[in-house]
Design a protein around this ligand. Sequence first.
Ligand code: FES
Ligand code: MG
Length: 572
Amino acid sequence: MSDEKKEAVGLTRGLTNYGDMDFARYLRLSMASAMGYSRELMKKPVIGIAATYSEFNNCHRLVPELVTAVKRGVLAAGGLPLEFPTISLGEVFLNPTSLFFRNLMAMDTEEMVRGQPMDAVVLVGGCDKTVPAQLMGAVSADVPAIQVVTGPMMTGRWRGERLGACTDCRRFWAKFRAGEIDQDTIEEVEENLATTAGTCAVMGTASTMASLTEALGMMLPGTAAIPAVHADRIRAAEASGKAAMMLAARKIRPSQIITEKSVENALRVLLAIGGSTNAIIHLTAIAGRAGIKIDLNRLNELSDTTPVLVDLKPTGPFYMEDLHVAGGIGAVLRELKPLLHLDALTVTGQTLGERLDQPAGFVDRTVVRSREEPLQPQGGLVALFGSLAPRGAILKRAAADPTLFEKEARAVVFTSLEDLSNRIDSPDLDVTADDVLVLQNAGPLSPSGMPEAGYLPIPSKLARAGVKDMVRISDARMSGTAYGTIVLHVTPDAASGGPLALVRNGDRIRLSVKERRIDLLVDEAELQRRRDAQPATAAEPPRGYARLYRREVLQADEGCDLDFLLAKPNKP
Ligand code: FES
Ligand code: MG
């Protein structure tokens, strides 16, 4: 038996099963020879590179350039870099919604990382669902792993204004709906919102997930906010290739990095940056792969004790490129230091504390506030509970109107996305600015797969009258680039028979952010009557992934993962 076989490093790991291991090894090396690799390189550790370039994914346009740089880093450190494709999820190119496919991509990533011979993997991705999918897969495969993100887009200029996807997309769309700008102008805006490669330029879901990945310790320090087109991003990719070699040598696995402590650190950062509500679902799913549960009551405790330090759009004036030059996530972590678990391990092999012991660089305090002078003393997100959402709902209070926080009002109900789009702009719609808009059947179990439809448009007759915000409640999600007094992720969702399904036009709903409550003010006898009259649940999709999804998908409080992919599935 040769030494190489005993070590089983690189290409000779995890042999294909032919019932004769020596034959399998001989066959694999002969096929690898067909790739033109030298005998010498074929004996090196293998670093897999999960590449997600796709012409259906604008955010990933520069993935090939990053993959080339990762390879350079691996080769320079004495390894063999092998790129392989996985599913790529371009946020706006997928139907019904990218979230529906996130778990499919996570399965693809997990199985290809586990199934192919690699000593470590570099995950290259960027758009909203790609990074969570890659991390979920990496945690489950538990092969040494490091994340590289594609980085944010640069902002552009249009008629003297600075524009960046996609908060400005929404701002101009609202103006167009209110009749403040015409068709020609909105078309001109459309051509100027997204002008470079990279992910949305604001603190949307992609930027939030990049920031949380750095906080989790799964990405090199200082690399979350580097713009997609900046030369530093290429250097970060090269350094990540080198770091993957170290992770392989020291056998540092995601299960050592993604722990209860690092997940809590990531939640602190989420709150301090006023990050996307979607990130709660994704972080819950990533943690769930490691057997860690995120309790929304704990989120509220953390929210009460975490200051908001960063003010990017959609809540403030800045963009990701500003955060990068202002000191990046490192500057945020340094301010949060007394609140963080400093013994959490990172992909550098150092703990978070060791990272933060290094001297601080320049910090622009207009973009990253000090903890003594925060933007807000408490975190940007809160969980609400009550008779309408027994297992919780989320409100991004940092992006909401505080004058609407304590409110009892009449419900105006839309039973589906289709109903919403058919009636929201009808001149006959019985609605006032004082009502609460409710959308049903847009949760994880609905056929729409929990789209970012929670940002219900203000009915056009009210928008034209100058109404900018209303309380809106749904089991849907909201884009991280959106804003408003919007209660999301109502759990359990309407399609699974949750109380949200029982709301009728004219019911009273009470929101109290102070008490962290959301209640449907209808007595139990009436609710039971409605429950009994409720039609049976919709038929399952006949086949394929949609059927698997419908049977296995979990609610938002379990990260909308598929049950059998959890570290400990609920179903026997
Ligand atoms: Fe990819 Fe916004 S569309 S990050
Ligand atoms: Mg988004």
